[in-house]
Design a binder for this molecule. Sequence first.
Ligand SMILES: CCCC(=O)SCCNC(=O)CCNC(=O)[C@H](O)C(C)(C)COP(=O)(O)OP(=O)(O)OC[C@H]1O[C@@H](n2cnc3c(N)ncnc32)[C@H](O)[C@@H]1OP(=O)(O)O
Length: 320
Amino acid sequence: MSAAKKLFTCTHFEVKGLRQMKLDSLIEKATQYEGNVVAVAAAEDEEVLEAVAGALKKNMASFLLFGNSEKITQILNANHADVASSDHLTIMHAETAALAAEMAVKSVKEKKASVLMKGNVPTAVILKAVLNKEYGLRTGSVLSHVAVFEVPNFDKFTIVTDAAMNIAPDLSQKAQITANAVGIAKSIGVEMPKVAPIAAVEVVNPNMQATLDAAALTQMNQRGQIKGCIVDGPLALDNAVSIEAAEHKGITSDVAGQADILLVPTIEVGNALYKSLIYFAQAKVGAVIAGAKAPIVLTSRADSAESKLYSLALAICSAK
Ligand SMILES: CCCC(=O)SCCNC(=O)CCNC(=O)[C@H](O)C(C)(C)COP(=O)(O)OP(=O)(O)OC[C@H]1O[C@@H](n2cnc3c(N)ncnc32)[C@H](O)[C@@H]1OP(=O)(O)O
């Protein structure tokens, strides 16, 4: 597949005088890239095909749909007749979901596709295929979940990592998770992301591992071991995202109150933050797994169709 051509850089919208980052801008940006192909593993799923149809209508990418060809065709004809015979859709039959995952992963490995998307296949099955030593998409780095939020009343994207893959990362894994998130941030126009390793407090407490790791990550950043970003922590969530809260605590920091990336210490913190933003703050989100040979969209049934489209757009924007 030819390299995607990047033509579009603006990701801002002017909203009532406020320069606000909108996830819709990622859809617009994704349409400006050329030649992206998304391999969908076990595409026989109404909601996944709704996202595929939405992306096709916006000319975001071409799709290789692996799975039960009869069911895929039936769903497309019944619900998306307008795109069912699109030149940008290819259906490849697979007898089982596991085989569909393997075929989709192999198509990415063979550079026939630039993005992998999960369909009607358990997360563990597709991740096993991704991590397969023979045909998988390992790079030697940690794979991690990166979620980009548009939070009401916040004028920039808030990136949360890792809310869904790494359970209790150690310091080395946190450094790689940071690098993955920095790569995603840059792909959506955040040139020098500010990273806040989150803890319960903003001072080092030897009894709180999150604060020790945060301080070490800060030092690693200052010594050039974590590049392309500014890391400063530990920070509690309030002093990471609110300048007033940071000032109230007397924190002097390039990151406090302005964090682009919230690096959470464990999956529980990240998952609760992720879901709080959606359910309490009505935030919108797009997310990918980064760190593999290609970005991976792991949709879940709870995701809205809009969120699946944002995730696809994010994956396309970050595909190399
Ligand atoms: C945010 C909204 C969406 C959600 O709520 S999602 C729900 C919450 N998420 C989850 O439940 C998933 C949590 N994570 C997990 O269960 C596991 O870590 C995960 C991803 C399934 C992997 O676990 P296992 O399959 O048991 O893997 P394992 O530990 O036995 O390792 C097998 C080989 O894979 C490697 N591996 C595992 N995780 C990796 C990673 N993140 N990056 C890179 N490599 C990774 C691991 O090193 C091992 O390699 P090797 O065979 O020793 O060479």
